[in-house]
Design a protein around this ligand. Structure first.
Ligand code: NAD
Length: 363
């Protein structure tokens, strides 16, 4: 199969659909891979790195969209890209169609076969193609919070790990799922005093077994949460209620109970945020202060570490990309029901129930 990847054109997107190493795998399976000039620059991969793995470098995305049977990307296609998609072509990327009627209509019109990373499932209803981005955001949240705690960034001047003879900083992680677990791992690694709050007893048990005495677990009742937030130097918001906006767990009034210069990192900002005072920020200007509390609310945290994020994403997307290229999409989906869950649009129809229902398409 001829597989193509293009330079991402969404604002501030530096990731790329295929790494040179992924190209090598596809080429070793007998496929041809076309890569747009400069597609990998955001992750430090030059055209020559791709060529060394057997890719053919093409100057224009038009050629790639016109000639390739499968397009592998990161972000949803932008309007100009959607105009180049066509029937019989496979698009394999993040789509997030439910809140995006315009994109959905264009994909339906194009006739493309669109497989969305975010709805590909794994064992036990997990979403393995979303997981690496949560891992990245969770780990980054501590790095971002530690920086915000520095005086020059408005924080209270606390080093999370402390030093011999000085107490470490206190970190409260609200939500012990993928983001929360990874945040706790980083905070524990730095030597901080870490408490993880969750409402799911099984999650608390799992965390307790994993961290033993290196982190405390606490049921996320209103009272427990208020106490942990008031004591913390750094609070990580990492909750998720599937299919719903994030619950506002820290109210503006609760900021008054916190230490001046404490930091809130709202990783759940992409679902509306779990602190009442959160509003989305960008990597260019990531923090703002409300009532003396520093807020970090970047909605696309993994974008800042594009290289790590791209490699983490390729680790989970490549096996399916290989299957689609080797067998053709129909057989690949027949053989792997988890991949079949990724099919969102095909031949002018919305084929994913939740998207069809949300946007009023016949399913
Ligand atoms: P997850 O489902 O793995 O974990 C969420 C956890 O929140 C679960 O363990 C759940 O029990 C817990 N929870 C729900 N209600 C709670 C409450 N009231 N108190 C305490 N815990 C509660 O989800 P995840 O993958 O860890 O993602 C967490 C959030 O981070 C999501 O909103 C996700 O979209 C977001 N995210 C943001 C970025 C970013 O760049 N900002 C990147 C990746 C993920």
């Amino acid at each position: 199969m001829r597989v193509g990847t293009v330079r991402e054109i969404k604002n501030h997107e530096y990731r790329v659909g295929l790494t040179p190493e992924s190209v090598c795998e596809l080429v070793s399976h007998g496929h041809e891979v076309w890569v747009e000039t400069g597609a990998g620059l955001g992750i430090g991969a030059a055209d020559s790195d791709y060529e060394a793995q057997g890719a053919l470098i093409k100057g224009s995305p038009q050629t790639i969209f016109a000639e390739c049977e499968m397009i592998v990307k990161v972000k949803e296609p932008q309007a100009g890209e959607r105009a180049m998609l066509r029937e019989g072509q496979v698009l394999y990327t993040y789509l997030h169609l439910a809140p995006d009627p315009e994109q959905t209509a264009d994909l339906v019109k194009s006739g493309v076969t669109a497989i969305a990373y975010e709805t590909v499932t794994g064992p036990g209803g997990s979403l393995p193609l979303l997981k690496p981005m949560s891992q990245v955001a969770g780990r980054m949240s501590i790095q971002a919070g530690a920086t915000a705690l520095e005086k020059a960034h408005g924080g209270r001047g606390v080093l999370l790990g402390g030093v011999p003879g000085v107490m470490p900083g206190k970190v409260a992680v609200i939500g012990g799922g993928v983001v929360g677990f990874n945040a706790a791992q980083m905070a524990v690694g730095l030597g901080a005093d870490v408490t993880i709050l969750d409402r799911n007893p099984e999650v608390l048990e799992r965390l307790g077994i994993h961290f033993e005495s290196r982190a405390k677990t606490r049921f996320s009742s209103k009272a427990n949460l208020a106490e942990s937030v008031a004591e913390a130097d750094l609070v990580i918001g990492a909750v998720l209620i599937p299919g719903a906006a994030a619950p506002k767990l820290v109210s503006r009034a609760m900021l008054g109970s916190m230490k001046a210069g404490a930091v809130l990192v709202d990783v759940a900002i992409d679902q509306g945020g779990c602190f009442e005072t959160s509003k989305p920020t960008t990597h260019a200007d990531p923090t703002f202060v409300v009532d003396g509390i520093v807020h970090y609310c970047v909605a696309n945290m993994p974008g800042a570490v594009a290289r790590t994020s791209t490699y983490a994403l390729n680790n989970v997307t490549l096996p399916h990309a290989l299957a689609i290229a080797d067998k053709g999409w129909k057989q690949a989906l027949r053989d792997e029901p988890h991949l079949a869950e990724g099919l969102n649009v095909h031949a002018g129809k919305v084929t994913y129930q939740a998207v069809a229902e949300d946007l009023g398409y016949h399913y």
